[in-house]
Design a binder for this molecule. Structure first.
Ligand SMILES: [Zn+2]
Length: 223
């Protein structure tokens, strides 16, 4: 596996899936179709809010959040006043909801954000918040079912951000395809990430590099 794949710099490592409407690692598609099939049998319509996201896309989101061109939210969903924060505080505020470019599991094409489209209409504004996944909100039933499904011994998916470890907010909708994601995770390294950030034109660079070890432990080496 080359480092471009680990950092989301190789768009050729993924394929576009017409059904899920996302770019994905080719190995993920059949297992995801299977999960979608059993979900349908249980009355759900498994849809993807995101699949593969490349480095430049993540970098654009990052720089827009730092510069104020894109809103940053706190754990309760309120907009953060970034202008009064120190650089380190800005860094952690953004990391609550957005991965550092290079440090997103979505770069691998093995990870997806899913929801149950059968419970919402076309006007529904998908938020991907924990509140949406518990009663009385639309995806509560789906997530109860998913928790049982993921607990089955042969299920090839898992939730890497199931619980809040002080880093990423809990993301019950985020699934990893274990066989390939574990390979990616095993080959990823702190040095790789540091080298990539050093050569990237990214806002808050000094603060990122000062905290990079902690970011790496909390967001990449989560298992
Ligand atoms: Zn995700």
């Amino acid at each position: 596996m080359n480092k471009e794949r680990l950092l989301g710099l190789d768009d050729n490592s993924v394929v576009y899936d017409d059904h899920f409407k996302q770019f994905l690692h080719p190995d993920v598609i059949v297992p995801l179709q299977e999960l979608s099939r059993v979900a349908a049998e249980a009355g759900f319509l498994l849809a993807l809010a995101s699949g593969y996201r490349n480095f430049s896309r993540q970098l654009l989101i990052w720089n827009q959040k730092v510069s104020g061109a894109r809103a940053v939210y706190d754990s309760e969903g309120n907009i953060v006043n970034m202008t009064i924060l120190s650089d380190d505080e800005k860094l952690w505020a953004i990391l609550r909801w957005s991965a550092l470019p290079g440090a997103s599991r979505h770069h691998w094409g093995t990870d997806v954000d899913i929801y149950d489209r059968s419970k919402i209409d076309a006007n529904y504004q998908l938020q991907l918040t924990v509140a949406e996944t518990v009663e009385p909100r639309p995806f509560a039933e789906f997530h109860l079912w998913l928790t049982e499904k993921l607990a089955e011994k042969n299920c090839p998916f898992y939730r890497p951000y199931a619980v809040d470890k002080g880093g990423v907010a809990p993301e019950p909708w985020h699934l990893s395809y274990t066989p390939v994601a574990n390979q990616m995770s095993a080959q990823f390294s702190l040095d790789l990430l540091v080298e990539q950030i050093q050569q990237t034109d990214i806002l808050l660079k000094e603060s990122i590099l000062r905290n990079i070890e902690e970011i790496y432990q909390r967001f990449i080496k989560i298992d």
